[in-house]
Design a protein around this ligand. Structure first.
Ligand code: GCO
Length: 255
């Protein structure tokens, strides 16, 4: 039964793979046998992650790319398929945060967040699905949502809307692509200790708020998302699609 979690022989593409959750999930999938395509802006940082993965005995490919260049995503994906022979699992992890009250945020910041957090996810998922459908092979997409799939913290309106979009995009693509053998799910992290949340971790009031609202009483650790990612990326979740899997320390269960 253990083999249902085995990713040996699978190629996974992970965006945002140079640091934070993306790096942790890329290395985590490699621990379960996957070969990994690493996408992020910094080629230098990606090479360091690739080296870690190769030391595990897995293959790693580095594709420096700025996901805000959405129109160039089909070309990126063609190069990835040429290099790898095809991708079995797509992990859409890359995301940016621009904090400001809704009355203050600039349209430039609003567009930047939605471009990377939502439109790029759609464009990459579409490129992935087109290749899977044309090659007649199954596929698995795992998006990264957030508690903001369900609610809002003031000063995060663009991020909240982008993650609400990820929730519905996950469901929409799951419904349309099931017939092609493509499952689409999302992991929705609660508050995790990453660079993105560093300003909150260092704010005593917000740090106390997180520890009070999460029944487990602490911030999540990035490695605590690996199990959920391997579950959704592997045959262990073969009858799961369109699902938003919250990994939030009990946050949403707490009134
Ligand atoms: C914030 C944070 C959140 C977290 C996470 C919570 O400013 O409140 O950035 O948005 O990143 O998404 O699930």
């Amino acid at each position: 039964m253990r083999e249902i979690f085995d990713l040996t022989g699978k190629v996974a593409l992970v965006t945002g793979a140079s640091r934070g959750l993306g790096r942790t999930l890329a290395e985590g999938l490699a621990d379960f046998g996957a070969d990994v395509v690493l996408v992020a802006r910094s080629g230098e940082a990606l090479e360091r992650v690739a080296e870690q993965i190769r030391q595990k005995g897995r293959q790693a490919w580095v594709f420096p790319f700025d996901l805000s260049r959405v129109d160039e995503i089909p070309g990126l994906y063609e190069r990835v398929v040429e290099a790898t022979g095809g991708v079995d699992v797509l992990l859409n992890v890359a995301g940016i945060q621009r904090r400001a009250l809704a009355k203050d945020i600039s349209l430039e910041d609003w567009r930047a967040v939605l471009e990377v957090n939502l439109t790029a996810v759609f464009a990459l998922s579409q490129a992935f699905a087109r290749e899977r459908i044309s090659s007649g092979r199954p596929g698995n997409i795992v998006n990264i949502g957030s508690l903001m799939c369900e609610g809002h913290r003031p000063t995060t309106v663009a991020y909240t809307v982008s993650k609400g979009g990820i929730r519905q995009l996950t469901r929409a693509l799951a419904v349309e692509w099931a017939q092609h053998g493509i499952r689409v799910n999302a992991i929705a992290p609660g508050y995790f200790a990453t660079e993105m949340t560093k300003p909150l971790q260092e704010n005593p009031e917000l740090d106390a708020w997180v520890k009070r609202r999460a029944p487990l009483g602490r911030w999540g650790r990035p490695e605590e998302l690996v199990g959920a990612a391997v579950f959704l990326a592997s045959e262990a979740s073969s009858y799961v699609t369109g699902h938003i899997l919250f990994v939030d320390g009990g946050w949403l269960a707490n009134l």
